[in-house]
Ligand binder design. Structure first.
Ligand code: SF4
Ligand code: SF4
Length: 61
C-alpha cells in the first residue's frame, strides 16, 4: 500500500496537504503534518505535488 512520508524537519505546518488530500489521510499535530489514516492513502501524489516545502514523498511497498 502507498503511504505519504513527511519530513517533519521541513514541514511549515501550512495545512495545504491536508486540504488537498481527497481521502482525509493527513492531519496537523503540534503544527506539523502527520499521517492520521494511512490505510486510506491511494497514492495519488497530490499532497506531494502541492506541498510548498517539497517535504512529502509517497512510498510504495
Ligand atoms: S498520496 Fe493522495 S491519498 Fe495519499 S495522502 Fe497524499 S493526497 Fe492523500
Ligand atoms: S503541505 Fe507540506 S509544509 Fe504544508 S503542512 Fe503539508 S507537509 Fe507540511
Amino acid at each position: 500500500m502507498p503511504r505519504p512520508i513527511i519530513d517533519v524537519e521541513e514541514c511549515s505546518g501550512c495545512g495545504i496537504c491536508i486540504d488537498v488530500c481527497p481521502n482525509g489521510v493527513l492531519d496537523l499535530a503540534n503544527d506539523v503534518a502527520v499521517v492520521a489514516n494511512e490505510d486510506e492513502c491511494d497514492g495519488c501524489g497530490t499532497c506531494a505535488e502541492e506541498c510548498p516545502m517539497g517535504c512529502i514523498e509517497i512510498e510504495e511497498d
